[in-house]
Design a protein around this ligand. Structure first.
Ligand SMILES: Cc1ncc(COP(=O)(O)O)c(C=O)c1O
Length: 401
C-alpha cells in the first residue's frame, strides 16, 4: 500500500522508545510564521509563556536558594520541553526530573542529560527502555521502591552492559515509594549490594503538602509529615550508605525543605509557570496570594458568542485547560466566573466587565493547573512584551507512558 503523501513533505524526528516519527513540514513552517506576531493575534487556544517572567522565576529560585547550599533539580513533568530544561540548567539547576520513561526519552533526544526519573519502572519493557537511556547517558538516574524491582533493574543493567545509578524512593503518605521504616533501609542496602546498580541516595516527595493553604500551617505540617523520611536518611547515613542525593520538595515547600538536615535538592516544577491552584495557597510574605513566583503561563482564547447578557462563550474549555477548579482567571477582569467544564467551550458569567466584549475578542487566561494544561499543546509561544519571540515544541506532550 502506498503512503497517502510523499515523505518529502515530512521531517524525520526521534520519538518515544527510539521510534522514528514524521512531522508534517507544513506544521513546522506554521510554527515559524508566528514569530514577531502579537500574542493577541494568534489563532486560539494558544499556549504562551511570558519570557521575562519565566526568566525572572528561574533567577528568583536561584537567588532564594543561593545562601542555603541546596540546589534545584526541577521537575520537567511541568513543561515537557527540552528548551525550557536547557534554560533551567543554564540558570543554575543541577539536573531535571521526569515522571515517565517516555518523558526521559524525549528530553534526552532533545539534548538534556542530567535526568532523574522519580517514578519506578515496574514492567520489563520500561525497565529495558530506562536502561537503554542509561547506556547512552551516564547522567541518567532511576528511582526504585521494591526489592524485586531493584533486582530486575540490576539484571537489565547487566544485559545493557552498565552499572545503573539508582535512588531509593521513600514514601511520604501512600502514593509511591517504600514505607519509611526498616524496609527502606533494607532496600537501600540491597541496591548497594546488587552488582549492576550504584546507590546514589534517596528521594522523598510529599505531594499532599504542596498546596496546604497558609505558609505557617504548610511549614509545620510539611516538616512533621517529613520526619520519617528524615529518620530514614539518617539511618542510611549511619549504615555507611551513599547519601549524596536527598531530593524532594516542590513549589509549595521550596523554602521549607531547606530546613531539613542533609537535604540536597528541590524537585520544584510549577515555579516556572505558576497557576490558579498555586496562587491560592499564600506565601511567607503574602498570606492572601502566593507571589514568590510570577504567573508566566497563559492560554490565549477567543470570544465565540456574546449574544446573551452577562454571558460569554470562549473557545477554551476542558481540552484547552483540562481542569476547572479553581476556575481559570481572566487577566484584567475581577468579577468573571469561568467554567471550563465543557470539552470545547468556556462559559463566562459576570455582573460587571471592564469593557464591552464582542465576538472575536481575545482573552488571556491563567490556567487552573499548569502541568496537565501544557500536556494539551504541541508547542508553546515564548513572548516578550506581547510579541512572539520563539516557538518551542513541547516534545514530551502526550508522553504518558
Ligand atoms: C515527584 C515529584 N516531585 C516534584 C514535583 C513538583 O511539584 P510542583 O509542581 O508542585 O513544584 C511533583 C509534582 O507533582 C512530583 O510528583
Amino acid at each position: 500500500m502506498s503512503l497517502p503523501l510523499s515523505r518529502r513533505n515530512f521531517l524525520q524526528t526521534a520519538g518515544a522508545g527510539g521510534i522514528t516519527m514524521w512531522i508534517p513540514k507544513q506544521a513546522h513552517a506554521a510554527e515559524e510564521s508566528v514569530i514577531g506576531m502579537s500574542k493577541w493575534d494568534l489563532d486560539t487556544p494558544a499556549l504562551c509563556v511570558d519570557l521575562d517572567k519565566l526568566e525572572r522565576n528561574i533567577a528568583t529560585m536561584r537567588k532564594k536558594l543561593a545562601a542555603t547550599g541546596i540546589a534545584s533539580r526541577p521537575h520537567a513533568k511541568t513543561h515537557k520541553c527540552p528548551a525550557i530544561a536547557r534554560l533551567q540548567l543554564a540558570g543554575g539547576s543541577i539536573g531535571v526530573c521526569t515522571a515517565k520513561v517516555s518523558e526521559a526519552e524525549a528530553l534526552f533526544a532533545g539534548g538534556i542529560e542530567p535526568i532523574l526519573m522519580t517514578t519506578a519502572n515496574v514492567t520489563p519493557n520500561k525497565i529495558r527502555r530506562a536502561m537503554k537511556i542509561r547506556k547512552a547517558n551516564r547522567q541518567f538516574i532511576q528511582a526504585v521502591d521494591y526489592p524485586q524491582n531493584a533486582r530486575d533493574l540490576s539484571d537489565a543493567a547487566k544485559e545493557a552492559g552498565v552499572v545503573a545509578d539508582v535512588v531509593v524512593d521513600v514514601a511520604v503518605g501512600t502514593r509511591s515509594g517504600v514505607p519509611p521504616d526498616e524496609r527502606a533501609l533494607a532496600l537501600a542496602q540491597l541496591v548497594d549490594k546488587l552488582p549492576n546498580l550504584k546507590l546514589r541516595g534517596m528521594i522523598s516527595y510529599d505531594g499532599g503538602a504542596q498546596h496546604i493553604k497558609g505558609f505557617r500551617k504548610r511549614l509545620d505540617e510539611s516538616l512533621k509529615r517529613y520526619e520519617p523520611s528524615m529518620q530514614t536518611f539518617e539511618a542510611m547515613k549511619r549504615s555507611g550508605l551513599n547519601t549524596e542525593i536527598f531530593s524532594g520538595g516542590g513549589t509549595g515547600t521550596y523554602n521549607i525543605m531547606t530546613k531539613v538536615p542533609g537535604f540536597t535538592d528541590l524537585q520544584v516544577g510549577s515555579y516556572i509557570f505558576m497557576d490558579c491552584q498555586y496562587l491560592e495557597i499564600g506565601g511567607e510574605d503574602n498570606e492572601q496570594q502566593y507571589t514568590d513566583f510570577e504567573p508566566s503561563l497563559t492560554v490565549m482564547s477567543t470570544v465565540l458568542n456574546a449574544y446573551f447578557p452577562k454571558r460569554l462563550t470562549t473557545d477554551a474549555g476542558a481540552k484547552a485547560l483540562t481542569l476547572n477548579k479553581p476556575g481559570p482567571i481572566v487577566i484584567g477582569e475581577n468579577g468573571f466566573t469561568y467554567n471550563a467544564g465543557s470539552d470545547e467551550f468556556g462559559a463566562i458569567q459576570y455582573e460587571t466587565a471592564n469593557k464591552e466584549y464582542k465576538v472575536g475578542d481575545r482573552l488571556e487566561l491563567i490556567v487552573p493547573h499548569c502541568d496537565p494544561a501544557v500536556n494539551e499543546y504541541d508547542q508553546i509561544c515564548g513572548t516578550r512584551q506581547d510579541r512572539v519571540e520563539v516557538v518551542w515544541p513541547i516534545s514530551a506532550r502526550g508522553h504518558s507512558q
